[in-house]
Design a protein around this ligand. Sequence first.
Ligand SMILES: Cc1cc2nc3c(=O)[nH]c(=O)nc-3n(C[C@H](O)[C@H](O)[C@H](O)COP(=O)(O)OP(=O)(O)OC[C@H]3O[C@@H](n4cnc5c(N)ncnc54)[C@H](O)[C@@H]3O)c2cc1C
Length: 401
Amino acid sequence: MVTVDRPDAPAPKAPTDHLDLPFFGDAHRAMAHELVAWASTQQVNESDDRAACRDWVRRLGTAGWLRYCVPAAHGGALPALDSRALVILRETLAFYSPLADFAFAMQGLGSGAITLAGTPAQQAAYLPAVARGDKIAAFALSEPEAGSDVAGMRLQATPAPDGWRLNGDKTWISNGGLADFYVTFAKTDAQAGSRGISTFIVDADTPGLDSSAHIDVMAPHPLATLRFADAAVPYTALLGIQNAGFKLAMQTLDIFRASVAAAALGMARRALAEAVAHAKARQMFGQRLADFQLTQAKLGEMRALIDAAALLTYRAAWQRDCSASQGAGTPAYTAAAAAAKLTATENAQRVIDMAVQLFGGRGVRVGEVVELLYRNIRSLRIYEGASEVQLLILGKHALTH
Ligand SMILES: Cc1cc2nc3c(=O)[nH]c(=O)nc-3n(C[C@H](O)[C@H](O)[C@H](O)COP(=O)(O)OP(=O)(O)OC[C@H]3O[C@@H](n4cnc5c(N)ncnc54)[C@H](O)[C@@H]3O)c2cc1C
């Protein structure tokens, strides 16, 4: 995290008492303690988000944390992707640095479809390199005219004598211009709606792919628009079954949805820790800010919002791990993940806003931790299914179960 110069205030330690909950096993607990010890010592200059992202990927790869993004058969830490491990990793990393969390998450999201549907050759070519941090991954689904309405995408893939030609645009692509490869979703049957979408692994140096249009957003986050102009990929770039790309995209997002909630949770926990430290230190009207009942009520509200988010997040991750053998897309898990993502991101926004308020003028000073969190949390309510989309998933589930 880039923070203002406060040598008197080292980063607080990420809390670990919630690990005693029955959702987690001893292996999760051991991993979490090791991770807190590692993350609390990392110092990355984040003034340039692209350089910082590369730095984080390198560090996360060297330390072995990216091994949780792929299965053991391809250099991973565990036999299969484990949602509870992902949740612990993202919550802890986001507590220390939202950019570290982002760098970690994209290695998982960007390679998830290869884990789910790749041929042995595709898996061997990409997954071990992702786990080491040698290849940076990206997930290219959204388009200027197709965000929430994914099936409305227009990027066209047409057969050619030597493979496929891709034409059109993707936008809001995390790691755009930085990634070594883009798992890209394109229409292979323009008339078939969501049943006419296929997935391709597009290497960053593919002729006809331009990723130079970077997008600046309110918090550090490498983003770009991708332009495909007769971009030529071989037949071997097709990932999974032709015209089954929509399902593959949804399955991939399903695995990682609970982890978005965890990232929000980590940011909210950091905001509360900062608010408590500040309330104890700040003197006013002859006592500490923490001594006012109004402050105590505010901190209590923050704590309750965090606890609600945490329980829903851990439940969703636990439920996916339990039901992984039946497939992540079971209706009960989909609803649990939607409730977690909705609640954790919305609650984190409120908690962080309350922390900013408790800090007074310092709360909006550029570089303060709570100011950074305030800017970082906002996009989590939009990407990987906006809050309104999660509400619709929950409403549909309530009507049909
Ligand atoms: C920081 C950031 C990183 C991102 N990274 C990636 C990435 O790596 N890969 C990728 O493919 N995409 C990425 N995205 C894109 C993201 O997934 C989309 O922004 C998101 O899906 C919303 O799409 P949209 O922006 O087109 O908004 P729209 O689809 O136009 O939606 C606008 C708003 O409409 C509302 N809405 C949506 N559906 C409904 C409905 N049914 N009824 C009523 N209201 C509704 C919601 O409030 C929504 O926020 C990223 C976005 C951001 C901000």
